[in-house]
Write a protein that binds this ligand. Structure first.
Ligand code: F6R
Length: 263
């Protein structure tokens, strides 16, 4: 795991955008996109680079990480609508190249299998952007999720529903979702997790320095060959080896190719 310590949320977005840009400049790419607050600064920076520095998404195929079950694509709070608002509608990514699990599919299990197959058919995800839940989830793989799981239907934890209640009218937060599995996420060539804020500090500590455990699903990234964890000071606040991470970061930055090395 490569730990990147930043001074601010904006800098977190910058560092994550650097990794994505480096991949996009090399040709057609498959991106995995998280929704939620964490990747906001990354998407803002990517939009800026698209507008001001000619960064093109025309050769990108994008797969979202997850979707609420029961919500149609055009529901305001579907992750399809959200990722359009947050990123896709502001860059030149053709809409037909934005793929999401269909939350209102009649057969959710079949839809999950179809989604995994579509990712494989696209050649797999090159760079997967992730946030982390305060309970250690990535995607919507809640604590106790199988570390080798594929895309499937999951029950949202009470804490996750409470965190996301701000987006819904009272009592309307969905209870089920479709989410890429931990095994699906692990297949991405590069995994980039961004986290900000003190409410993520204990999950970040468990992910980076705790045991690999289904109880902290994000800890599965310890098994990933190229996982980059980009943190603001508050999210890094509980880590015990900050001096080491800073030292390693210095050398990685000097090499200028941190994201392409093993970690
Ligand atoms: C969203 C997702 C979730 C979020 C996580 C953090 O697609 O997969 O894992 O990344 O719940 O959410 P925020 O960033 O809103 O704190």
């Amino acid at each position: 795991m490569q730990i990147v310590l930043c001074d601010s949320a904006d800098q977190v977005g910058h560092r994550a955008a650097d990794i994505i840009e480096a991949r996009l400049r090399r040709g057609p790419a498959v991106l995995g996109l998280a929704t939620g607050g964490s990747p906001s600064s990354t998407y803002q920076e990517l939009i800026r680079r698209h507008r001001e520095e000619d960064l093109s998404f025309s050769q990108v195929t994008a797969f979202t990480l997850d979707e609420y079950a029961g919500l149609a694509k055009d529901h305001e709070q579907s992750y399809y609508s959200t990722i359009r608002r947050e990123l896709v509608d502001h860059v030149d990514l053709p809409l037909e190249q934005l793929l999401t699990p269909q939350g209102d599919a009649a057969d959710l299990m079949a839809e999950a299998a179809r989604y995994d197959a579509a990712i494989a058919q696209a050649g797999g995800v090159d760079v997967q952007i992730l946030g982390i839940g305060a309970n250690g989830h990535i995607g919507f793989n809640e604590p106790t999720s199988s570390l080798t799981s594929r895309t499937r239907v999951k029950t949202l934890a009470g804490a996750t529903r409470a965190d996301n209640a701000r987006y819904f009218e009272e009592g309307n937060v969905p209870r089920l979702c479709l989410t890429q599995g931990l095994g699906t996420i692990g297949d991405a060539k590069v995994a980039v997790l961004v986290a900000m804020g003190a409410n993520k500090a204990s999950a970040v500590q468990a992910m980076v320095e705790g045991p690999v455990s289904a109880f902290c699903p994000a800890s599965v990234l310890q098994l990933h060959r190229t996982a980059v964890v980009i943190l603001d000071p508050a999210a890094a606040g509980n880590l015990s080896m900050l001096d080491y991470y800073r030292e390693a970061q210095k050398f990685n930055d000097q090499l200028g190719q941190g994201q392409r090395r093993g970690s």
